[in-house]
Design a protein around this ligand. Structure first.
Ligand SMILES: [Zn+2]
Length: 441
């Protein structure tokens, strides 16, 4: 899965390079330094094409984080020669990533043209859940400009038609903008080798060519990734993983998924299947899971499990959504409080294999439960402490913008295809230091 890993590294690179709101940029730049590995031997042997890609990445990152700024500013901040910067900027303008804007007035009569990201460059992000999908228009700065929710059924062809209709409506709404492609976050796993959805037990779309169908219906290229991994990627950029090299992000919704960041790398595993902790069985005699096994973590800790716990306590009530359950608990309904407490305990219990197997420094939790973190947080933290074998227990943090992070992650999957690899320094700087052959962290 070297290829998959490489793709995910590039996805991280994209996040850091071209896909943050300006407000988040400082955090992003700190994260970049914290997690980047660059072997100088690789740099020394890199082809000129790779070197151009690295320098181009640096220029794009500087523009994104500091826009608007001049070519001279880029040269000064990057250490790249003025001529190199000019060549790269011209290429980025030709490719529509960057635009020239205002003219600055400086002392001594100089008037450099300022550069910024092309805000007309868009990606359509699709976040798929078992019963609905969110479709959003996202710009190169990570801003959501439009968002629609479409219902999904167990019929993949009909559901995908609803998604593609929504995509086409958005394209009409944003006529004149340049759409780079469609990024999709999935409630399951996507095999990067076969380019097919390989495992999505809650979606019930067996062996359906989702990617090929969206591409043929819209004419746009499509990139896909598991929702937890997409969410993790977004957290690497926008979140609080500054300096953290070992983290796991757990999504809790209709099912449970996990994205794994270990030793500074996003882990995808063979067939892209790494992180399916939701299907680790905690009770071999438990209830049947959608995957066909019994007592999986998600059968006792998902939002569906919480709804089931409530119905066990209140069998005469009708169907209740998870949001309604949260509201009832806030209103003092003791059955709702108990159901959510049981879910929280089970979420914490299922962290055992993650803590023992991966020893993350941080475990991020995403999903609707984070809106009631005062109920979930302390219980999960207590379990994590009890399950830690030695050393400091992992820090448990909620991600308060779960859906937005997933949409941003989905969009990043498209933008990242243009990038080569992310440097921690410029090629010119690397070449100067390469004789030492030290590994840069
Ligand atoms: Zn299962």
């Amino acid at each position: 899965m070297l290829r998959a890993l490489s793709e995910m590294e590039n996805a991280c690179a994209l996040h850091r390079s071209a896909f943050a709101s300006r407000e988040d940029s400082v955090q992003v730049r700190q994260n970049q330094k914290a997690i980047r590995h660059l072997d100088l031997t690789d740099v020394q042997l890199a082809s000129s094409e790779t070197a151009r890609g690295i320098n181009r990445n640096i220029v794009l990152e500087l523009i994104r984080a500091n826009q608007p700024l001049s070519r001279a500013d880029i040269s000064r901040r990057s250490g790249l020669q003025r001529s190199t910067v000019s060549q790269i900027v011209e290429q980025l303008i030709r490719e529509n990533w960057v635009r020239e804007g205002a003219v600055a007035s400086l002392a001594r009569g100089r008037h450099p043209t300022l550069l910024g990201l092309n805000e007309d460059l868009m990606v359509i992000a699709v976040d798929i859940h078992p019963r609905q999908a969110t479709v959003a228009m996202v710009d190169l700065n990570g801003r959501l400009l439009s968002r629609s929710v479409v219902p999904l059924t167990s019929n993949p062809a009909a559901s995908t038609r609803l998604i593609t209709d929504c995509v086409q409506r958005m394209r009409i709404d944003f006529q004149g903008k340049s759409i780079e492609g469609v990024g999709v976050s999935l409630p399951g796993r996507f095999d990067p080798t076969t380019q097919r959805m390989i495992f999505a037990p809650n979606l019930h779309w067996s062996d359906f060519d989702l990617r090929g169908t969206i591409e043929s219906e819209t004419g746009l290229s499509v990139s896909m990734e598991n929702a937890a991994t997409a969410c993790l990627l977004a957290e690497l950029l926008f979140g609080r993983l500054n300096g953290v090299r070992d983290a796991v992000l757990v999504t809790v919704s209709e099912g449970i998924g996990a994205g794994v960041f270990a030793n500074g790398q996003v882990i995808t595993g063979h067939h892209g299947m790494a992180g399916e902790f939701g299907h680790v069985s905690l009770d071999p005699a438990g209830i049947l899971c959608a995957c066909g096994r019994k007592g999986c973590w998600e059968t006792v800790a998902s939002c569906e499990a919480a709804r089931r716990y409530y119905h066990e306590l209140q069998p005469n009530t009708g169907t209740i959504t998870f949001h309604e359950l949260l509201n009832k608990a806030e209103e003092g309904d003791q059955s709702a409080v108990q159901a959510l407490a049981k879910q929280a305990h089970q979420i914490g219990r299922g962290l055992g294999p993650i803590i023992s197997g991966l020893s993350p420094r941080v475990i991020l939790v995403a999903g609707d439960i984070t809106s009631a973190w005062h109920r979930f947080g302390p219980v999960i933290e207590e379990e994590a402490k009890a399950l830690s074998l030695a050393g400091e227990a992992p820090q448990i943090l909620p991600t308060h913008d779960g859906d937005i992070a997933r949409l941003r992650g989905a969009a990043a999957l498209v933008f990242q295809r243009r990038f080569v690899r992310e440097p921690s320094q410029t090629v010119e700087q690397s070449a100067n230091r390469s004789k030492s052959r030290k590994r840069i962290i």
